[in-house]
Each structure stands twice: as C-alpha cells, then as structure tokens.
Design a protein. Structure first.
Ligand code: M6P
Ligand code: ZN
Length: 183
C-alpha cells in the first residue's frame, strides 16, 4: 500500500515523531453541491470514499512563518462526465500561496483568480505547481487509478470554502471523448 510512504517519510526524523499528524477523509456526501450532474450524484453511494488527506501540522493554526505539509489521495471516478475532485478553496488569508506537486497517477489542477478567470495545469508524478495568493485551487483525478499529490502551505493561510460552495468555479473539468476539457 503506497499510502505508507507518508508516515515513513517524516518519521525518519526522530524529532518529529508524535507531532501533529492529522488525517481527514471526505466521502461523496461531503462533496454535495460541487458536481453539475445532481441526478448522477444522488444515485451514487453517499458513503463512497472520495479522498483522504494526511497532514503534518507542526505549528498551531494561524502561526505566522510556519509551514504545513500534506498528501492528498484522490480516488478515481466520475459524477456524470465530471471527474472526481476536491472541494477546493481560497485561503482565508487570501494572499497566502501554496505549492502542489504530483506523486502518482494523473490529475489536473484547476485554478481560479479573484476575477473568476479559470485555467488548469496537468499534474503527473514529479510535476510542480505554484499557486499564488488570491488563486482558488482544486484537484481532479483524470486517470483510472489513485491520484496523489503533496502540498505545502503557510500555517496562517487557513481555508475559505464558502465562496466555492456558493458559486463554484467558473469552469468544470468534463470528459469529452475520453479527454478532459475545461468547459
Ligand atoms: C491539499 C491542501 C490542503 C487541503 C487538501 C484537500 O492537501 O491544499 O490544505 O485541505 O489539499 O483540499 P480541500 O481542503 O479543498 O478539500
Ligand atoms: Zn490551499
């Protein structure tokens, strides 16, 4: 199980053992409202696991100058013709940036600035993605196997889900003839 890679990584530094590890998982019911095809969504088992995040949070949330690290494991699947994806967020401190990088599988990073311009970047093992402040970010799994990526973000960034929950992104990643299209 490749997921074991994460604790092995940071427990090689004995000083970090036992520090703040946080694991969250989101199933389909946690993603209610983010997919276009509501009928297809409601037909799916709501307890189906969509993604898991293992985070290492060595500072108290809100600490200026600190960093957080996380690995997200996003399972493959589609809701209608839309790829399985993360909730997506702006940072609560809107100017905070973040790095994402691809570990395994095939993904697309969907980005949206404060003017609601949307663009996407292909994510693959070893690809590096800089997300500037003021840019909302969401990952989609566009392959047929587990897609995982790492993230590093400031401990005073916070998450702002409200705007995405209300208005979504202004484009969606849809499969057309087997290929992802931003529509
Ligand atoms: C990455 C980071 C985390 C984020 C996670 C899941 O690991 O950006 O801060 O929580 O992805 O994304 P979301 O919070 O949008 O569900
Ligand atoms: Zn973020």
């Amino acid at each position: 199980n490749k997921k074991i890679i994460f604790p092995e990584l940071f427990f090689t530094d004995k000083n970090l053992v036992g520090r703040d590890v946080c694991k969250i998982s989101r199933n389909l019911s946690d993603l209610k409202g983010i997919f276009a095809d509501v009928e297809a969504f409601e037909k799916m088992p709501q307890d189906k696991l969509a993604y898991e995040v293992s985070s290492f949070l060595p500072e108290k949330e809100g600490t200026p100058g600190g960093l957080y690290f996380g690995i997200t494991y996003l399972y493959p699947g589609k809701v209608g013709n839309e790829y399985m994806m993360t909730k997506g967020h702006y940072h609560a401190s809107i100017d905070r940036a973040e790095f994402y990088w691809g570990l395994e599988g095939e993904g697309m990073l969907i980005l949206m600035d404060e003017q609601r311009n949307v663009w996407a970047e292909r994510v693959f093992p070893g690809s590096l993605h800089y997300i500037p402040g003021g840019v909302a970010h969401r990952m989609a799994n566009v392959g047929s196997s587990l897609f995982s990526f790492a993230a590093c973000w400031p401990s005073d960034a916070g998450h702002n889900y409200a705007e995405i929950a209300e208005k979504g992104f202004s484009a969606r990643l849809i499969e057309v003839n087997g290929i992802p299209h931003l529509i």
